[in-house]
Write a protein that binds this ligand. Structure first.
Ligand SMILES: NC(=O)c1ccc[n+]([C@@H]2O[C@H](COP(=O)([O-])OP(=O)(O)OC[C@H]3O[C@@H](n4cnc5c(N)ncnc54)[C@H](OP(=O)(O)O)[C@@H]3O)[C@@H](O)[C@H]2O)c1
Length: 251
């Protein structure tokens, strides 16, 4: 197969690229450094020529704004799906997030809008949802520097981005299914506790503040719905195993 990876240079995208290559498929990476832009549509038509499937793992810079998130994910879906339809791509796979149905606000409003755009679009699709990556604590730690590290109170079941990537490649190979089984990690974690263990492992002295965010978003993060249901597939790599692995690079 020829598989295009939108966002193939990102946190999970790098692993998707590695897995697609290891599975022996032809590969096209879509990202701005490669001259393709999902927000303007630049370069997409040429890059998608001959592609059988697209895996969309693009993302915008971390935001709590529902408006910015919706604008990014709706625009990206619109441009990708239009170019895929023209190129005759037979399968659009999009990575979304487990347990966000009742948290239609802030960043998650954009992910739900992306799911709706893909479901209503012209290309056969699969929506694959995963839990927060083990890499997520580091992504949030990187947002603020200084002695304090505020972490939104979040109850989650994080999963290694490497395992999410392998799942996405299997989903792409299987053909359009509408919805794939959810994928979460092997253990419940709170974001604050994961961040504390990561800082200790990295030998960095910062004080983690477990901060309950206000409103529906804060309630949703803390509620435990992000852990998914009993029918979710489970990754094997625990957060602590991931910390000790080569996938975790110390800052
Ligand atoms: N982080 C989590 O815990 C988690 C959990 C479950 C699902 N997800 C979902 O996984 C997806 C990927 O997240 P991530 O953390 O891997 O993202 P990331 O590390 O921020 O990577 C984002 C990727 O998108 C590309 N990109 C951004 N703007 C673009 C544009 N205008 N045109 C083309 N490419 C663009 C970036 O490449 P360039 O900058 O080179 O353009 C990069 O390859 C997101 O949709 C997110 O919702 C994340």
């Amino acid at each position: 197969m020829r598989i295009a990876i939108a966002g193939g240079t990102g946190t999970v995208g790098r692993h998707v690229t590695e897995h697609v290559r290891a599975a022996g498929h032809d590969i096209v990476v879509l990202s701005r450094v490669n001259g393709t832009d999902v927000l303007t549509g630049e370069g997409l038509a040429g890059a998608l020529a001959g592609a059988d499937a697209v895996i969309d793992v693009t993302n915008l810079a971390t935001t709590l704004s529902a408006k910015k998130s919706k604008s990014f994910f709706e625009t990206a879906a619109h441009h990708l799906l239009a170019a895929e339809e023209q190129a005759g791509v037979g399968h659009h796979v999009v990575l979304s997030i487990v347990g966000i149905d009742d948290i239609d606000t802030s960043y998650y409003a954009g992910k739900l809008a992306q799911e709706r755009a893909v479901s209503a679009g012209p290309v056969p699709f699969t929506i694959a949802r995963a839990g927060q990556f083990h890499e997520f604590a580091g992504q949030i730690l990187g947002l603020v520097s200084g002695p304090f590290a505020p972490m939104p109170r979040t109850l989650m079941r994080p999963v290694a981005a490497r395992e999410v990537a392998a799942h996405l490649v299997r989903v792409a190979e299987a053909g359009a299914a509408g919805r794939a089984p959810d994928l979460v990690g092997p253990r419940d974690e709170t974001l604050a506790d994961a961040a504390r263990r990561q800082l200790a492992f990295d030998g960095i002295r910062r004080r983690v503040i477990d901060l309950r965010l206000p409103g529906a978003y804060g309630r949703g993060l803390a509620s435990g719905s992000l852990r998914g249901g009993a029918d979710a597939l489970q990754g094997e790599i625990t957060f602590d195993e991931w910390l000790r692995s080569a996938d975790h690079t110390r800052p």
